[in-house]
Design a binder for this molecule. Structure first.
Ligand SMILES: [Zn+2]
Length: 270
């Protein structure tokens, strides 16, 4: 009873004379959300949860932010300008169950050379996700990266690989025949187009506003780093390169470097 009353109190949001509008109504773990502000200057959106904090700098009037995967039931949202909180809201996060899957992949012995490669590639990916630029798109939604997307593994699935090693699936897998065209989900700039150890032939697009999409295991990459791509433009073909069990597209949506659930991001309008 006390907890319920406390929650009622906490759902009241505060704004200090500035126009701050939350454009999302339902909040899920790993959900992508938008907040609209009148003046993005020196402004950031902060998500506080458990004893952790995620920060999303405003790169325009629409500020994208994520509820973390491990958010728990409540998060606190704050909009801060120059160290001053101008908006505060407690958000109830709808809970989701994630499935557990077992997969078998050909085990490869990781030599020192390969481990060094993996480390190098991790830094490349981190560098790509560190780009902060204004929105490069004028559209108000993502589109699916395949014409007929058939999801085979959802986001957040806990995987048991070869009966032991556990990992969380940080994207969505769509099964499709090798050679199926893959489309840019939103207008942006190609910031990575390379063959990587785990994700095979991989493309990362920066859309600006802190948004990124990732396309992995391609058989062919049709774009170059630095190239601008329009939403719906072919960027590559479905394949099974890298650590993969068969032809499929692994699709990831990120805000800053925070992983979000692509199925939720694809439903978002801003
Ligand atoms: Zn995948």
């Amino acid at each position: 009873m006390v907890r319920f009353f406390l929650f009622l109190l906490l759902t009241v949001s505060f704004a200090w004379g500035e126009e701050v509008k939350l454009l999302t109504e339902n909040f899920y773990p790993a959900g992508l959300n938008v907040i609209q502000v009148d003046n993005p200057q020196n402004l950031k959106v902060v998500v506080l949860y458990r004893d952790k904090k995620l920060t999303f700098p405003a790169l325009g009037k629409k500020v994208f932010f994520a509820i973390p995967y491990d958010s728990g039931k409540f998060v606190e949202l704050q909009v801060i300008r120059d160290g001053k909180t101008i908006y505060k809201k407690f958000i109830k996060v709808k809970q989701k169950k994630y499935r557990i899957s077992r997969i078998t992949v050909k085990s490869r012995k990781l030599t020192k050379k390969v481990l060094e490669r993996i480390k190098r590639e991790r830094q490349l990916i981190r560098k790509a996700f560190s780009i902060r630029e204004e929105a490069l798109f004028t559209e108000n939604s993502f589109i699916p990266p395949l014409k007929n997307p058939r999801m085979s593994t959802p986001f957040g699935a806990k995987r048991i690989i070869n009966g032991k090693k556990r990992s969380i699936h940080w994207g969505v897998d769509y099964s499709a025949p090798r050679g199926t065209p893959v489309y840019a989900s939103l207008t942006g700039k190609v910031v990575l187009a390379k063959e990587l150890f785990y994700t095979g032939k991989t493309v990362i697009i920066s859309h600006g506003a802190g948004l990124f999409t990732l396309y992995a295991h391609l058989s062919k990459i049709d774009v170059k780093e630095g190239q601008m791509v329009k939403r719906g433009q072919v960027i590559g073909k479905v394949g099974s390169t890298g650590r993969s069990t068969g032809p499929h597209l692994h699709f990831g949506v990120y805000v800053n470097s925070v992983r979000t659930d692509p199925s939720l991001a694809l439903k978002l309008k801003w």
